[in-house]
Design a protein around this ligand. Sequence first.
Ligand code: ADP
Ligand code: ASP
Ligand code: MG
Length: 440
Amino acid sequence: MKVMKFGGTSVGKPERMHDVASLITRDNESKIVVLSALSGTTNALVAIGDALANGDKREAKQKIDALNEHYQNFINNLLSTDAAKEKCRTIIAEHFEFLNIILKISFNEALNKDILAQGELMSTKMFSCYLEEKGIKHALLPALDFMTIDSYDEPQVGTIKVKLSQLLNQHKDIQLFITQGYISRNAKGEVDNLKRGGSDYSASLIAAAINASVCEIWTDIDGMHNNDPRIVKKTVAIEQLSFDEAAELAYFGAKILHPASIWPAQHYNIHVKLLNTMQPDAKGTLIVEEAGSVGVKAVAAKDGIIAIKIKSSRMLLAYGFLRKVFEVFEKYRTSIDMITTSEVAVSVTIDNDTHLAEIIKELEPFGTIDIDKNMSIVSIVGNEIAKTENVLTKLFDSLSDVPVRMVSYGGSPHNISLLVPSDDRTKTLQVLNKGIFGLE
Ligand code: ADP
Ligand code: ASP
Ligand code: MG
């Protein structure tokens, strides 16, 4: 059994949904198809939640109506018969009724998660209507019945496996299953989600839970490229990445994959393929245990980073000092991405400022604290990077005009990370494209 995940753009137009139906019926292998919301929908739902959080019901109502109109047009072009259109409209109407009811009750964070879930619930139901109209036998698996996260927001493959196999066993005669990406239930049993871009994570978790033959991530580009194609003009697709390389790229900002989406596949050794819905025969990127080749493969950037410097000539070299510093971050469940040390100071970066004030307060007794906000981590990723000829020379030559704040090298054999002001992030990716890959 395999997993095929289609992202927002892959289902964002009626004709794309038609293409997805062809792609999933190209072979006879049984499969679980994971769908995102139509492109733009989750952003619209976030905006509706924001309007409600600000008490602006009028704006929320306008946005709900605009979204509804989009779905009415979509259904019109997705389906051919009046009967199928009518049935689909009735199903979608329930979701808009729900959004309209929320307008009348007092808003809270749990309700916001319910709002955010509507996108994937609607896309999968509409797709199911289309498959039904085409006479393609399938079953809808409600992700909310098997995708769960614990009280630390961590999904547990073991629990997902048990729940999912119970559901699959109820449909022994079915080869094709459709389910929602992104959405889950939390430890309280409420509707929750795996964070933005989370459908990739859903796909990888499902693939791990069913021990899938492969986890295919179908998107709008032919695989992982060597640089961010939204920022740099000339980029090329990478044929093969190791799980470690892919995980680093995803974590350090390559948007094509959710930051956490690689670990389930890696842990259960499920091959992952990144494929292009618009160019289904393009090779794409294969992600497996082996890197396939040595040297630098790609660069990526992650914004919203905060650098914290703790300066203390008195204490830094004392043993136990770093432990005390790390304990503060551990206490507030805030992970550190980069770390550099000198004799008198240590700098770390975090990407989550939820507990920044408390963290600073607890670090203050250790020394002088400096904070730099609006920073970006630029990561250079590859297998045994040091084996790329003159890698450090090429790197620093290209960076001569960039004010690099931190450098991390040697932590792993496949990553060099730089911390730069976010204002310089675009320039950094561009100069590295030329300096390291020779691409302009
Ligand atoms: P989906 O909706 O299918 O999940 P996403 O928008 O989340 O798609 O991810 C695909 C996008 O990721 C591409 O269109 C591309 O602009 C962006 N992207 C950023 N970095 C990379 C990279 N290194 N390689 C490929 N795509 C990347
Ligand atoms: N629809 C969700 C989002 O836009 C999840 C996803 O597309 O992966 O973030
Ligand atoms: Mg995505």
